[in-house]
Design a protein around this ligand. Structure first.
Ligand code: C2E
Ligand code: CA
Ligand code: CA
Ligand code: CA
Length: 276
């Protein structure tokens, strides 16, 4: 029995070693990908529910990994956050999105652009000056940029302080995935947000869970009281869109209006309201 135990420990150690190696390789690859231009930014339309016009676009990062294919953010954002690579990664996405918004503007499409920012990025010293340098270089007005943060920001004091100065600089702030983290009414009233994004788990339950309608109405009323706009995420059916419009939600995002797509496919559909 003793020997078996020893073998198991050795096997366990070997596995751990292999995992650590794989992680090390992923980290090296991700760093090279950020520097070597393997990150691709897709854009998903944000639609004004009252007019059906496209009001803006959310930038969503992908990794075009050689020999693997197009990876979604869930495959590498966690690693980027753990290793600190989220800082250079976030800067690339911000740069690409800012340049794209300026290009759209030049083409006569007045679209705001929205970029996801991790709490870890906000907590890194120098976030705001770096952000301002990127958008100034691109020629993007601060008011046309929205950064999306999650409720986890409330647990991080340095990140929270940065967020306040970001908003003072005229950049809009959206609270992403609202209601899925540790929501706090006290933080909500103390730190103003411009936009509250209603998470897909709520809109997806419309018509399925009896309590959902009441909860969504409350989120919209709460945002209203706080002077924030609402964006409903994950809209897949016309029924969901109709219900949300009637409930007073301002904007919506989802496969019904358009999947995230590269900027080239937005051009291909330049006469249409949104990419396919
Ligand atoms: P998120 O910010 O909540 O983004 C919305 C996610 O829902 C996107 O997944 C989008 O493709 C997906 N989605 C949009 N409409 C629908 C719909 O109608 N139905 C369904 N089922 N899904 C829909 P994606 O692109 O895989 O992004 C996942 C998450 O990765 C994002 O969630 C965001 O938290 C994070 N992320 C993406 N890009 C960045 C980035 O540049 N920086 C950081 N820090 N995080 C990012
Ligand atoms: Ca988001
Ligand atoms: Ca979200
Ligand atoms: Ca999410």
């Amino acid at each position: 029995a003793k020997r078996d135990g020893g073998n198991r420990v050795r096997m366990f150690r070997q596995e751990m070693g292999e995992q650590a190696l794989a992680r090390q390789r992923d980290r090296t690859d991700l760093r090279a990908a950020i520097e070597g231009g393997e990150l691709v930014v897709h854009y998903q339309p944000i639609v004004d529910l009252a007019t059906s016009a496209v009001a803006g676009a959310e930038a969503l990062v992908r990794w075009q990994r050689p020999g693997v294919g197009l990876l979604g953010p869930d495959a590498f954002i966690g690693l980027a956050e753990e290793t600190g690579l989220i800082v250079p990664l976030g800067e690339k996405v911000l740069q690409a999105a800012s340049e794209q918004a300026v290009r759209w503007h030049a083409e006569g499409r007045c679209l705001g652009v929205t970029v996801n920012v991790s709490t870890r990025e906000l907590a890194t010293p120098g976030f705001l000056p770096r952000l301002e340098r990127v958008i100034t270089t691109a020629g993007l007005a601060p008011s046309r940029l929205t950064i999306e943060v999650t409720e986890s920001v409330w647990a991080d004091e340095p990140a929270m302080r940065t967020l306040v100065s970001v908003r003072d600089a005229g950049i809009r702030v959206a609270l992403d995935d609202f209601g899925t983290g540790y929501s706090s009414l006290s933080y909500l009233q103390r730190y103003p947000f411009d936009v509250v994004k209603i998470d897909r788990s709520f809109t997806g339950a419309l018509g399925r869970n009896g309590r959902t309608e009441g909860v969504i109405r409350c989120i919209i009323a709460l945002a209203d009281v706080l002077g924030a706009k609402t964006v409903a995420e994950g809209i897949e059916t016309p029924e969901q869109a109709d219900w949300l419009r009637d409930a007073g939600c301002s904007y919506a995002q989802g496969y019904l209006f358009g999947r995230p797509a590269d900027a080239a496919s937005w051009h291909a559909h330049s006469s249409a309201a949104s990419p396919g």
